[in-house]
Ligand binder design. Structure first.
Ligand code: 13P
Ligand code: SF4
Length: 300
């Protein structure tokens, strides 16, 4: 064990901390974490952690969600500037204006939104439960889905529900083209092809399956297949390989990389545990209002 890992272990115990990490962060951080998962799994872990301190290794909206669900814990997000470009595409004031123009509508927000944006919506979803959340809304209700137009279109296709879509997108997944899938299939004809539902519908349709990152891990673990093409952020390949030593993984090319997910290094975790820097602090009013849509999602 190297000295940073050892120092983190000692401090973590002293401070009663738990380290949560998203499937996309760099391998060194994943290996230090107590739990690695997708957005939904991490929200549930944060809610149930009952830890003095939660060190959240991911992007800002995920750390904010952990704070909403664990208001009594100190939540540390060691690199506060690690944000999500898609989350920044839905501003709270624009959502409030849309609501005014559509007073009877249900507003569904992907968890990839800021806490201020969540405070304006009715229910949240992740890519793992989006279909379930949309199906829970009574037929005939007007629905607005934000901010990811691709996830929205994919869910409209699978549920048959009509929704108004926000014009947001994930720059990492929206950039993935059908041609990249075709090239990967040609290079690896025996492999199953997985993509994330943040990809465009024509890309999702060209894959064998479109799943959340947690869904991909379960799909691979249960599959008889030995080779997989991975159509999402490259960080997940570390866990896929670690948990499936007999299987082979090919990333799509060009390699999908989220620069914000890669900002966090083990040194930042150590500094945050030592000094308390990176604490997530949200205004009380936002905490109260933004928690409701997340709680509604988790109650389904
Ligand atoms: P998951 O919930 O599938 O882990 O996705 C989070 C994310 O940010 C995808 O870009
Ligand atoms: Fe946001 Fe896309 Fe990065 Fe996920 S991969 S955190 S959606 S920018």
């Amino acid at each position: 064990m190297d000295s940073i890992t050892e120092k983190i272990r000692v401090l973590k115990e002293r401070r009663g901390a738990v380290i949560l990490a998203h499937n996309y962060v760099c391998p060194e951080v994943q290996d230090i974490a107590d739990f690695v998962g997708d957005s939904l799994e991490l929200s549930i872990k944060a809610r149930d952690a009952k830890a003095e301190v939660i060190v959240f290794c991911g992007v800002s909206f995920m750390a904010e969600t952990a704070k909403l669900l664990s208001p009594d814990s100190t939540v540390l997000h060691p690199v506060r500037e690690a944000g999500c470009a898609m989350a920044d595409m839905a501003k709270a004031e624009d959502i409030a204006s849309w609501r005014k123009a559509h007073p009877g509508a249900v507003i569904v927000a992907y968890v990839n939104t800021t806490a201020a944006a969540k405070a304006q919506v009715d229910i949240c979803c992740t890519s793992a439960n989006a279909e379930k959340v949309i199906r829970s809304i009574p037929e005939g209700k007007e629905i607005m889905f934000l901010p990811d137009r691709n996830l929205g279109r994919n869910v409209m296709n699978s549920t048959g529900r009509k929704m108004a879509l926000w014009p947001g997108f994930c720059p990492v997944h929206d950039r993935i083209e059908k041609a990249a899938l075709e090239a990967a299939r040609k290079a690896h004809p025996g492999a199953l092809l997985m993509v994330h539902p943040e990809c465009a519908p024509e890309v999702a349709a060209a894959a064998d399956t479109a799943l959340s990152t947690g869904g991909m891990l379960r799909f691979v673990a249960q599959s008889e297949a030995k080779e997989f093409i991975v159509g999402t952020e490259s960080g997940i390949i570390h866990r896929l390989k670690k948990e499936n030593p007999g299987k082979v993984f090919y990333p799509l090319l060009p390699l999908p990389t989220c620069a914000d997910m890669k900002k966090l290094r083990p040194e930042d975790i150590l500094a945050s545990l030592e000094s308390g820097c990176g604490e997530v602090v949200l205004p009380q009013e936002i905490m109260e209002r933004a928690r409701l849509p997340v709680d509604r999602m988790l109650a389904l």
